[in-house]
Design a binder for this molecule. Structure first.
Ligand code: PEP
Ligand code: MG
Length: 549
């Protein structure tokens, strides 16, 4: 028996035969060309073809797996039009006088490396997307059939890397599990696996040798372990684990469509945190009531230059349309600190978490802020959009924001552009905001408590520093007392208050949140149903809030 280790991204156990998937777009040869014009035309034709394929894939996927799952292909069709991406390929063809296949492969590798070098799981996963579209263009350049291979029997798929378009093309009835050597927990393949509820492991130290093709294996999505040619004892243990997990999954899925309501009848809005519209699939799969935090800065982090208003508008519009009547709270640009994009030209700071970031940049550079606000307001007629502002510390900041917002609304009105009714909220993630929350509550429609930063700033513990993990305690009384004060101040002023930091998914503290009367909790999609179960089992009449304080 051979045991390999990776990162489990979708719980569950799968037992079956291995099917090794290898790509034939690797090892592209560099060929000198004389006719640059001809090569550019060839590239652009392949790009157009790829775009058409992606759009039809998007339509097909909509019927197969729903609008929210299909959004990935629309994103890919947008990426294929990205000016930086096209410019890079065309430049390589022109300056190096080489074949389009090689230029696309080189650009795909460069962009992919750039994304994977960013110290953020979400950004790392974008590197797979750019590889996916590059491989598609190359297949078109090589005139290859872009259809994926058919599976003849139920199999555990093992690949170096799996792009979403490859994943979606596989016959899901025959896929027992996905295992990849590369990939992160936030990759779209991982998201799709979770959406489809297929036990999966990424970043696995498995060797891609043809020896393992066809062998029996067990994938443990809980522990991230793969057992190749397992012994009898392992098979028995895993079968038991599989039966237990099936019962748990089945139970959680019965909570879909049910209310998030306590035993004594208190209803909680259970929303999801997302970083991109692709994540909408997981929100639907886990029956989120809305989006409580759309981290819009990821749109900026994916680019080499500021996204245009139009690009942003398309993304927010798609999100609004997909969510329909369900609320979607877009947090404005929270760039800076650990989330940096080179084109912002941010100076290196000694103490960047307390530095030039988020709303401070937006207020200082209103053109950047206005372009985002215009895009959000334009999209607001297509659904139920709210906005919230990060890193607020004072009433003065909120007043400045309101001034800019009213200018934007006036501009749009003058241009004859319709806008919807957009609730205005702020994040409470600095101790300053918590302390003056009585005054802030008079200025906005809602509060959303960012417990990640609130803990970091209250306890003076850098959330990025793993050496400080033992000091990073969001259950600290100082943090919980602030959360209670903020909640009381919100309610005294008749506005609602939610939690959007990671603490929201910690079911060991749900009772406290319910006890103080939190109105909304927003968590990663995969935590929604577990949290719903906890809420439905709680009776707030029995909660002693004081014990936490
Ligand atoms: C927070 O600080 O709790 C939060 C939700 O925002 P982020 O984690 O993106 O800083
Ligand atoms: Mg924060």
């Amino acid at each position: 028996m051979l045991v390999c280790q990776g990162k489990g991204v979708c719980d569950g156990i799968a037992i079956g035969k291995i099917k090794l998937l290898k790509k034939n777009t690797e090892n592209i040869k560099r060929v000198h060309i004389d006719d640059i014009e001809k090569e550019l035309i060839k590239f652009n034709n392949a790009r157009e073809n790829s775009k058409k394929q992606l759009l039809s894939l998007c339509v097909e996927a909509e019927t197969d797996i729903g609008k929210e799952n299909a959004a990935i292909f629309e994103i890919h069709s947008m990426m294929i039009d990205d000016a930086d991406y096209i410019e890079s390929i065309e430049n390589i063809i022109k300056t190096q006088k080489i074949n389009a296949e090689y230029a696309v492969a080189q650009t795909g590798d460069n962009f992919s490396e750039m994304f994977s070098s960013i110290d953020d799981e979400y950004m790392k996963s974008r590197s797979i997307d750019v590889k996916d579209i590059s491989e598609r263009i190359i297949r078109n350049l090589m005139d290859e059939n872009t259809e994926e291979s058919k599976l003849s029997e139920k199999s555990i798929i093992i690949a170096d890397d799996l792009a979403p378009s490859e994943t979606i093309r596989l016959d899901k009835d025959k896929v027992l599990s996905f295992v990849t050597v590369k990939g992160s927990a936030n990759s779209h393949t991982a998201i799709l696996a979770r959406t489809l509820n297929i036990p999966s492991v990424v970043g696995c130290d498995i060797e891609m040798s043809s020896d393992i093709d066809g062998k029996t294996a067990i994938v443990d999505g809980f522990s991230g372990k793969i057992y190749i040619e397992p012994d009898d004892e392992t098979i028995e243990n895993m079968k038991r684990k599989m039966a237990e997990s099936d019962i748990r999954k089945e139970y959680l899925s019965t909570l879909k469509g049910k209310e998030s309501i306590t035993l004594d009848g208190k209803k909680i809005k259970l929303y999801a945190n997302i970083g991109n519209i692709i994540d909408l699939a997981a929100v639907f799969a886990n029956d989120g009531d809305g989006i409580g935090l759309f981290r819009s800065e990821f749109i900026y982090l994916e680019k080499n230059d500021f996204p245009t208003e139009e690009e942003q508008f398309r993304i927010y519009k798609k999100a609004a349309e997909t969510m329909g009547e369900k609320k979607i709270i877009i947090r404005t640009l929270d760039i800076g600190s650990d989330k940096k994009a080179s084109y912002f030209n941010l100076r290196k700071e000694e103490n960047s978490a307390m530095g030039y970031r988020a709303i401070r940049i937006c207020l200082n550079e209103p053109d950047i802020f206005k372009s985002q606000l215009r895009a959000i307001y334009r999209a607001s007629v297509y659904g139920n959009i709210s906005i919230m502002y990060p890193m607020i510390t004072s009433v003065e900041e909120v007043k400045k924001i309101k001034l800019i917002v009213s200018e934007v609304k006036k501009e749009l009105e003058t241009e004859g552009i319709k806008i919807g009714n957009v609730e205005q909220g702020i994040m409470i993630e600095t101790p300053a905001a918590a302390i003056v929350s009585d005054e802030l509550a008079k200025e906005v429609d809602f509060f959303s408590i960012g417990t990640n930063d609130l803990t970091q700033y209250t306890l003076a513990v850098d959330r990025q520093n793993e050496k400080l993990d033992e000091f990073y305690n969001p259950h600290h009384k100082a943090v919980l007392r602030m959360i209670k004060t903020v909640t009381d101040n919100a309610h005294k002023n008749n506005i609602w208050v939610g939690i959007c930091g990671e603490l929201g998914a910690d079911i060991s503290i749900t009772e406290f949140f319910l006890g103080i009367g939190i109105d909304e909790i927003s968590v990663v999609p995969s935590s929604i149903l577990t949290l719903r179960q906890k809420i439905r089992e709680t009776d707030t009449r029995n909660i002693d809030v004081e014990k936490w304080l």
